[in-house]
Design a protein around this ligand. Sequence first.
Ligand SMILES: [Zn+2]
Length: 420
Amino acid sequence: MNRRDFLAVTPAAPALLQRLQAQIQQLPIISTHEHLLPESERLEQTPDFFTLVSHYLGNDLTSAGMPAAPRSWADFEPWWRHAQHTGYAHAFKIAAKDIYGIDPISEKGIAVINAKMAAANKPGLYQSILKDKARIEYSVLDDYWHGDPVRPDPRFFVLARKMDWFSSVRQSSDMRRMEEVTGVSITSLSGLKNALERRFQQSLDQGMVTLKTTLAYSRSLHFAVASEADAQADFDLVMRGPQPQPPRRLSDYMFHHALSLAQDRSLPIQVHTGLQAGNSNTLENSRPTLLNNLFARYPKVTFDLFHIGWPWPSETAALAKMFQNVTVDFCWMWVISPTAARRALHEMLDSVPANKLLGFGGDYRYVELSYAHSRMARAGITRVLSEKVQEGFCSETEALSLARLILHDNAARLFPPPVA
Ligand SMILES: [Zn+2]
């Protein structure tokens, strides 16, 4: 390599990083996944320091040994000491510092944060934090706490809805409740299918842009193809008496039915894969390769694999590389582990076509933390892209195009707002 080439492919790293930072910080982005309360519901609550701790930092405090949810500095500090350098803690620190001016986290800071949170808890909060500070154009909202589909505020959200209920039937009272909300009589498998179809339509009517599933929290992601006769036999079992678990063949069958409805409308599905939130579950249930049989069977359904399937991001990348209808979604990931997210993005940028990478989803209930996560995502993506430029993998201009794709354009294409 002559001296001229050497200079051309090795720009001064800090200057390159700063230039990319300046541009990427300004980009409007789309969050592929949030659990944010509607602003009106948030304003009815009195969230405080420990409310912010509860999501997701509380999981790391529990993992460290904390026996119960903290309500005082004395409850909190012994475990904070051990968890303060995790990704969840980093997001918490950014929220406390950038939004409420507290740095470092301290006992005295609790009262300050609580007072400032109370003062900020008024109309305009979401505009100020989600739009003005985080520059999030809109977010895909999973409002799982709303039983019935509710049209979200279109200034901030589009709607994801789960049909998991229909794959989790284990007693006849589940069917009675489904009859109430759908108005469909359920006395056989075909009635249950009709109720699912009705629920699907109710959700579309409220603006659903994607299905969502978190079934990996309660069962394996392997959905075998069950016959109608086997599903009906499981249905009859449920009608005879409550079952300890949702019978598997009925669960599989109903999940496939939901996918066939999505296939008819070319609707994507967001699939929870990888790390299970909380402090107890069966990790293996959420392994992305368990879904393998579905991808060829439903070619018009895009399977958006959440959380990059971490700790199996390479398997997720391989699936996205193989199948046209598989995308990789970094939602939740920049706070789960900023380092693992950077490593995975490095690998995915040179193994998966860039139109299949979704770079950010906050996955939080409180806007302060979604903002903090967006900062971490922008920083991590910027760092990886600057390294890619330095390695000669792409030009600086191409790096910015990649940033736009993975932070905005891919999500806009996959989850466009419903036509009013
Ligand atoms: Zn989530």
